[in-house]
Ligand binder design. Structure first.
Ligand code: FE2
Ligand code: FE2
Length: 291
């Protein structure tokens, strides 16, 4: 394989990040099947907007097989990839299966909650609706590994903030508990992708910055082009979770990169320019700037 084709992480840098994630993950379990019986759920405590938000989140989480499939296609273990890349991709697989398990648990826990709480009345109908979305074409639209990881960095932070914000206002106790479990998992996922991004910067230096900026400038939520009525539903779901905004993860990414300019003063200009571009192109710069 042509090693100049894309910027990759060598296995010796990937391994400690994957191990750190799995060490915490192996001790971080919760049982999706141990929800209280339907009669103990306070269905009357759920607002219509919250019900819609949960249905929306279920669809996003239920796309897990496609997200994992996408990663498997991008990080194959096979002869054409060669020994070195396959070794790194094998290491990544330790993360991937655990991550997939947790995301799949999110999807199933939300689906089961919909049935238990009466948000969805019919399991077969709900499953058919979910699979109809699942079988649509899916492509993140970014080619470089660091871009895929940057995209997931943003996505994990978005879901973490969303579940935390929604949990704060939800009065139905079973849902509140479920949302807090989801938020904790998403927070661990985010930490993994933040570590990966740091490793890319440390290993490849400022040449990864334009790739990261490209993702931040073109960041869209998954399924935004395939899910019917996406824009209206996204606005309504955001309204249910005060404190959440689509742009929060982008601000956080900019702040994360800005932290690197202190650690790597030689690249201060490149990093500062990248941070400015992310903030400016997402309309996140304050109107009046004091220098
Ligand atoms: Fe999730
Ligand atoms: Fe996640």
């Amino acid at each position: 394989m042509d090693n100049t084709a894309s910027l990759e992480l060598p296995v010796h840098l990937l391994r400690p990040i994957v191990t750190k994630f799995n060490m915490i993950a192996d001790s971080s379990n919760w049982n999706r099947f141990l929800s209280p019986p339907a009669e103990s759920l306070g269905e009357g405590l759920l607002s219509e907007g919250q019900k819609e938000a949960i249905a929306f989140c279920t669809i996003i989480e239920d796309h897990t097989p496609r997200y994992i499939e996408d990663y498997r296609r991008r990080f194959p273990i096979d002869a054409p990839s060669g020994i070195e890349r396959s070794l790194a991709n094998r290491e990544l697989f330790h993360f991937l299966v655990r991550w997939g398990l947790e995301e799949d648990r999110h999807a199933q826990a939300l689906s089961m909650y919909q049935i238990q709480s009466g948000i969805a009345r019919n399991l077969e109908e709900m499953e058919e609706e979910l699979i109809r979305e699942n079988i649509k074409d899916f492509d993140l639209g970014f080619s470089e590994p660091v871009q895929v990881f940057t995209y997931t960095f943003l996505q994990e932070k978005a879901t973490q903030i969303y579940y935390q914000s929604l949990a704060r206002v939800v009065r139905e106790p079973t849902l509140k508990m479920l949302l807090l479990n989801l938020a904790r998992d998403e927070s661990r996922h985010f930490s993994f992708f933040a570590d990966i991004l740091d490793a890319f910067i440390a290993h490849h230096g400022p040449r990864i910055l334009p790739l990261v900026v490209d993702v931040a400038v073109h960041y869209r939520m998954p399924l935004c082009s395939t899910l019917p009525d996406y824009a209206r539903r996204a606005v309504r779901m955001a309204r249910e979770a005060p404190g959440y905004s689509r742009k929060k993860p982008l601000e956080l990414l900019a702040g994360h990169l800005a932290g690197w300019s202190k650690k790597m003063p030689d690249w201060q200009k490149e990093i500062t320019d990248a941070v400015e571009e992310i903030l400016q192109k997402n309309n996140l710069l304050p109107r009046t700037r004091h220098i």
